[in-house]
Design a protein around this ligand. Structure first.
Ligand code: F3S
Length: 651
């Protein structure tokens, strides 16, 4: 004999999601209450109760408490009342049911809604309670005909038909077709849930081949009862809520090559199905020692491919909220990943990290088999992958970029590939006493200087090292490309007696006082101040000594050019004495061009002390007696003027 578990047996997406939300809420609020049992399975309800998810019959029992709306949904009024009276409302209504609520709520008041389903079922009550028009329910032909005969539909402008999500699709098609034949304007919405249809189809397919079908689920679960009904049409079928109820006498009379099929309702947890499977397996082996060991088949069965803490899995994101992402793992397991376990970045929002449909790598951090959910972590997988990548980055010496997510004691945290990299304050590049907060939210370039696997992994980075390397590279390039005559706009960094240092990028160059301007300069600070931007030209450079000599004099303003154009030897001009030395006096001809009146050229008489004949600031008439264009020197003479004048006797 062979045991086969039907595909799509057990928890559906909506049930797993509801359980997951309820457990989360119980963790957050301590205890939560569900209006009626969260799912129609006594075992699960009992387990949930022990975990702080309690079922109550009436909303009045939830006042001031936290309430979970079940996957079946509730009428609009109940939801509104819950929001008014309860501490918190956790809406675990299955998204497929919510869609029907939306259809019902969007109908015009003049329309009529027929819900094909069991009027006593909470899902149908919820749908009727969301209708914006009059709504009726009927589950079979007889109920539909009596609705027709009642005349309640009358001459509605529009008749809409929806289905309970767990209704048999072919029966829905029949009944809705009858509505179409009866009324003029009919809109039919096939809202049978695919999960239900698929579960029923796979149960039907298996029942066709099986000699015995075991349907596992809560006695009050309508979808499980429906499965039993379907299977019963094809083979002997037993309905059990757990392994203990298995009627082993049902095996009697089965042939040795018979197939025993197992299916389960949407509210049946995986471990209950597994227990049934194991018990059947044991029984068959006991009955026939030579029988194949089905334990190996059990292991191969993907439906029981159990999750365990530390298991790496591929998970599909099914929904996201502010606090978490709900994921599906394989065919049978629901998991959730809290925001904290999604990313290492404390500022990241869930919807920024994942979206429904994403397939992600995650690791199981806690399994709750009793209700079929698991807590997973994405960030731990990312961190492990990140550690590997960062180890390689460290080896290669590459500079990487990331956002400063947090300022912590002693440094900052940068997130790179979802991995936390600690950058000590001394490596941030922020001067001692500076504000690390200024870095928060900024993108920074850094190097990895330490990677260790201890305590879940520790990575240390350095912005300072990256900056230094960048500066070194820029300096190397600077020395390779520098040329005499190259122009820069630089910033005055410091002022000395002999000149100023100007920042021209990777290095500071020196502008000697004499190169600051064409005019005479007393002290550089008379011309510039720290922080001034000035245009400079490279005069010379020494890569060995790492020195660059600059000039701020613009050749176009060169007063010597102007002087040589306007003046010639022999010209008699007015000049102003600007300085007096032992060997003569300097007189300014035009700004930037001074001429020397040598002591011997001051007078025909011998001059012992120049100061007795000339004063600084005095305007004198002089003759240009020599121009040295190579050395940019001008010789002036006062004496030459008296010599060239005719004497009184000559006159
Ligand atoms: Fe939702 Fe379908 Fe399950 S409607 S609760 S996923 S059976």
């Amino acid at each position: 004999m062979k045991i086969e578990v039907a595909e799509n047996a057990g928890f559906c997406f909506g049930v797993r999601r509801a359980i997951s939300l309820a457990l989360d809420a119980a963790r957050e609020y301590g205890e939560v209450y569900t209006l009626g049992e969260l799912i129609h399975n006594e075992i699960v309800v009992d387990r949930l109760d022990k975990k702080g998810v309690h079922a109550v019959d009436d909303l009045s029992m939830c006042r001031g408490r936290s309430v979970v709306l079940r996957s079946h949904g509730v009428p609009r009024k109940v939801e509104e009342q819950a929001r008014k009276e309860c501490r918190a409302v956790i809406d675990a209504t299955c998204p497929f049911v919510k869609k029907i609520h939306d259809i019902a709520g969007s109908l015009p008041e003049s329309a009529k809604l027929i819900v094909i389903g069991d009027g006593g079922h909470p899902e149908v009550k919820g749908i009727v309670g969301h209708a914006a028009c009059r709504a009726f329910s009927c589950k079979d032909k007889a109920e539909l005909e009596s609705l027709f005969e009642s005349g309640e539909i009358g001459s509605a402008d529009k008749v809409a038909v929806v289905s309970q999500t767990t209704f048999d699709r072919s029966r829905f098609a029949d009944l809705s077709e009858q509505v179409r034949e009866r009324y003029g304007c009919v809109e039919i919405f096939d809202t049978v849930c695919d999960a239900t249809a698929k579960r029923q189809e796979s149960a039907r397919g298996l029942a066709r081949r099986a000699a015995l079908m075991i349907v596992v689920g809560g006695r009050s679960s309508s979808n499980t009862r429906k499965l039993a009904e379907i299977c019963g049409q094809y083979c002997k079928t037993v309905f059990v809520s757990c392994a203990a109820e298995l009627p082993m006498q049902a095996l009697k009379g089965l042939r040795s090559d018979s197939i025993i099929g197992i299916t389960a309702g949407a509210s049946t947890p995986a471990d209950t199905i597994k227990e049934v499977h194991e018990k059947m397996n044991k029984e068959i082996i006991n009955n026939n020692e030579n029988e194949e060991d089905f334990a190996s088949l059990l292991e191969q069965d993907q439906s029981f491919n159990r999750l365990y803490t530390g298991k790496r899995v591929k998970a599909t994101v099914v929904s996201v909220s502010k606090k978490e992402a709900v994921v599906e793992v394989g065919a049978k397991q629901t998991g959730y990943i809290t925001r904290e376990e999604l990313s290492n970045d404390p500022n990241a929002e869930v919807e920024d990290i994942v979206k429904p449909g994403d397939v992600i790598d995650a690791v199981v951090i806690k399994v709750d088999d009793s209700v079929g959910t698991a807590a997973l972590s994405k960030k731990r997988v990312d961190a492990a992958l990140g550690l590997e990548k960062l180890e390689a980055v460290k080896e290669s010496g590459e500079t990487i970029e990331g956002n400063v997510a947090q300022v912590v004691k002693g440094g900052v945290i940068v997130i790179y590939e979802n991995t936390r990299v600690f950058i000590p304050a001394s490596h941030t590049g922020v001067p001692r006493g500076g504000k690390l907060d200024d870095l928060k939210g900024k993108s920074v370039k850094f190097k990895i200087i330490e990677v260790s696997n201890e305590r879940g992994g520790r990575v240390v980075g350095s912005i300072r090292q990256a900056n230094r390397e960048q500066r070194d590279a820029e300096r190397a390039k600077f020395w390779e490309t520098i040329e005499v005559g190259q122009k820069f706009e630089g910033e005055v960094r410091s002022i000395e007696n002999y000149g100023v240092f100007v920042d021209i990028g990777p290095i500071d160059g020196l502008v000697h006082t004499a190169d600051l301007t064409w005019n005479r300069v007393g002290h550089p600070k008379d011309i510039v101040k720290i922080g001034d931007k000035i245009n400079v030209v490279v005069k010379s450079f020494d890569p060995e000594k790492k020195r660059v000599s600059l000039t701020a004099k613009d050749p176009e303003d060169n007063p010597w050019t102007k002087f040589t154009a306007d003046y010639a030897v022999g010209d008699v001009i007015k000049a102003t004495i600007v300085s007096i030395t032992e060997f003569g006096a300097f007189a300014q001809i035009i700004p930037g061009v001074d001429g020397l009146i040598h002591i011997s050229q001051i007078s025909a008489e011998r001059v012992a002390d120049i100061n007795t004949v000339l004063k600084v600031g005095q305007e004198v008439e002089v003759k240009i007696i020599d121009i040295d264009e190579e050395k940019n020197r001008v010789s002036l003479s006062i004496r030459a003027l008296s010599e060239s004048k005719p004497s009184e006797s000559e006159e």
